[in-house]
Design a protein around this ligand. Structure first.
Ligand SMILES: [Zn+2]
Length: 433
């Protein structure tokens, strides 16, 4: 739980039990509902010691994991975990829809209009809106966390593999390339990027891939990266210790050429991750890491694969001694629409939307609690509200949507901030979602 002093300066985060105690003793007040932040009434930052926390970010295309942890002598203790669910696909769909409507209106039974083209320019570092959204929401969440906890440093995954570590390392020896060392993980990520996650012999994708020596070690082939390719398990077994010329005579020259050609650094770089790093680095001291290192950290600390545990395992560390049990999931919902009408499937106006967002003091997206005393919907419902002009609201709780709740039973917990919140337990079950 995040803690602020009486002036709103962030202090070291505390356990939920301690926060509960402080609240019952009335030494603290609730400062923010979700994420939960308390503010001490009787203490200033000068009275207490803050060691500071660090933030790990594992950027993904659909989900981004963010972990707040304390780091001492290479030991990390998870303090807070947040999973950000992006809405890139929604943004892309909406923009495509908008451009289709506009194109439709332009061309619909009107005079001829000469095409105008090549009259658009984009600034350097431009990202598509769906990708820009990923950078912006992640940066803004790190900024929010830094408002509520004393963030000293940020760790972010920037590349899939570290080319520098690859060239600096000696050639891999023995079983090193299959598992175990950091170098092995970096090489694996490098090969996955180089061969497009496909078997070089049969082209199979979405299968388990082994690292294969093009020229087998028994025939004098070395452990250098230029002698390594990816092969699916059946191909790998059938090839056994034969040289490539014997196993696939027709394609041998091509495969050897591909193995020899080095992968340019650019292949390790993803423009969205790069912009994210630049945005974070402008504000906080930011350390970068590779995906290979995160995997290596996660495997050797025996953690299951989730977005938030990956975030906890980003960068240089010795061990992870503690992880949080409950993850806050913040789904990006947007803040409503500017549209003044809804179109039908041909793009013609179908109905007029209300001119204001609030009804009876509530707006769609607000976090509310409704206590319904009697009837079919009796009970307490906490979640995101969708408002109607009639005063009959819908509330989306963690168990599903409850329809037609009368507004007089509803109480506001927190104003809409563009996210829908749920919680999920940390662990492998969370990864499946
Ligand atoms: Zn194969």
């Amino acid at each position: 739980m995040f803690v602020l002093d009486k002036h709103g300066t962030p202090l070291q985060p505390c356990t939920p039990a301690r926060a509960r105690k402080l609240l019952t003793k009335e030494r603290a007040v609730v400062h923010h509902h979700t994420p939960f932040v308390i503010r001490l009434k009787d203490r200033t930052a000068a009275d207490s010691e803050t060691d500071g926390v660090e933030v790990g970010v594992d950027p993904g295309s659909k989900h981004t994991g963010i972990a707040v942890f304390t780091a001492q002598a290479g030991q990390r203790r998870g303090r807070y975990a947040l999973q950000l669910d992006h809405r890139g696909a929604t943004i892309r769909k909406k923009l495509e829809q908008r451009s289709a409507y506009r194109r439709g209106r332009r061309t619909r039974n009107l005079r001829y209009r000469a095409p105008r083209f090549l009259n658009r320019s984009r600034p350097d570092g431009w990202l598509a809106p769906s990708l820009r959204h990923r950078v912006d929401t992640t940066t803004s969440w790190v900024a929010r966390l830094a408002r509520w906890s004393p963030v000293r440093a940020v760790h972010v995954e920037r590349v899939a593999f570290d080319t520098h570590a690859l060239s600096a390392g000696k050639p891999l020896e023995g079983a090193e390339y299959q598992n175990g060392t950091l170098h092995g993980y970096e090489v694996r990520e490098y090969l996955l990027a180089k061969f497009g996650r496909a078997c070089v012999y049969c082209g199979a994708t979405n299968v388990a891939l082994n690292i294969d020596h093009v020229q087998p070690r028994s025939r004098g082939g070395g452990d250098r990266v230029s002698n390594l390719v990816l092969a699916c398990v059946p191909c790998n077994e059938r090839k056994s210790n034969r040289p490539v010329e014997e196993f696939a005579p027709k394609r041998a020259a091509d495969i050897l050429k591909r193995a020899k050609a080095p992968l340019r650094d650019a292949a390790a770089v993803n423009s969205t991750r790069w912009s994210l790093w630049q945005a974070l680095d402008a504000v906080w001291p930011t350390h970068t890491a590779s995906g290979g290192r995160t995997k290596w950290n996660r495997t050797r600390t025996a953690l299951p694969k989730t977005h938030t545990l990956d975030a906890l395992a980003v960068g240089k560390l010795d061990c992870i001694t503690e992880a949080v049990r409950l993850v806050l999931v913040a789904g990006c919902t947007g803040r409503g629409t500017h549209a003044r009408t809804r179109p039908d499937k041909h793009g013609f106006p179908r109905l007029r939307l209300p001119r204001h967002k609030q009804f009876f003091g509530y707006a769609t997206g607000d976090l509310v609690r409704a206590v319904v005393p009697t009837g079919k919907k009796a009970g307490t419902h906490t979640g995101r509200v969708a408002v109607r002009a009639t005063g009959s609201f819908n509330i989306t709780t963690r168990h599903g949507t409850v329809q037609g709740i009368n507004r007089k039973y509803v109480r506001l917990l927190q104003r809409a901030d563009g996210y829908a919140y749920t919680t999920q337990p940390e662990g492998p079950s969370a990864a499946a979602r």
